[in-house]
Write a protein that binds this ligand. Structure first.
Ligand code: B4P
Length: 185
């Protein structure tokens, strides 16, 4: 099963991804985690990504697509994966379609985790990561609505989008996710 997780910053993608990969045995690729690791290690990609992440902007497509191509080099796409926070733009979605088509391993489902902006502000302010201050959160939401939300139309057209209500406890939301994913097992 190949799954994409789309949702605004703080929607709980990372939180729910942990449950999903544990129960469904999927390879987990979080571009946010991969980029943060690259920043920490000060690799050339990390040095480049850092300035964008600090400002709440998306890291350029060619950088992130490179990370994903490398990460999916092996059998992960064939045996099942959860792409968490990728794609985040239409060009990224088109690149992913191409990568997966070459492997003859198309996406099964795209989960859109939806949470209103007011709630996202509350969650992120209490998390306190380096990019969680109010100004940067505002920028990340602008980037989400402008660059990432168009993916909802893109995947609705391909007929694989499923919307998940992201309000409630972590357990309640995970139950909604399981109900959908069990259809694809
Ligand atoms: P990500 O690492 O993907 O982070 P995120 O979108 O902020 O968070 P997520 O939705 O995973 O929230 P979480 O579970 O942690 O991206 C970080 C940055 O990397 C981006 O801004 C961008 O610059 C860059 N980037 C990544 N991918 C990219 C791409 N493809 N293209 C370009 N740039 C890219 O939850 C947040 C908080 O809410 C936690 O504190 C959690 O405890 C809490 N929470 C979760 N569920 C809850 C619930 N049900 N109720 C209450 N609180 C909850």
């Amino acid at each position: 099963m190949r799954v994409v997780f789309v949702g605004p910053p703080g929607a709980g993608k990372g939180t729910q991804a942990e449950n999903i990969v544990r129960d469904y045995g999927l390879y987990h690729l979080s571009t946010g985690d991969a980029l943060r690791a690259a920043v920490k290690a000060q690799t050339p990609i990390g040095i480049k990504a850092d300035e964008y992440m600090k400002a709440g902007a998306l890291v350029p497509d060619e950088v992130v697509i490179g990370v994903v191509v490398d990460a999916l080099e092996g059998e992960q796409a064939k045996s099942g994966c959860l792409l968490d926070g990728f794609p985040r733009t239409i060009p990224q979605a088109e690149a992913l379609d191409k990568i997966l088509a070459e492997k003859n391993a198309p996406l099964d489902v795209v989960l859109e985790l939806s949470v209103p902006d007011e709630e996202l502000f509350k969650r992120l302010a209490s998390r306190g990561r380096a990019d969680d201050n109010p100004e940067v959160i505002k920028q990340r939401l602008v980037a989400y609505h402008g660059q990432t939300e168009p993916l909802v139309g893109y995947y609705t057209k391909s007929g694989i989008l499923r919307k998940i209500d992201g309000l409630g406890t972590v357990e309640e939301i995970y139950d909604r996710i399981k109900t959908v994913l069990d259809e694809y097992k």
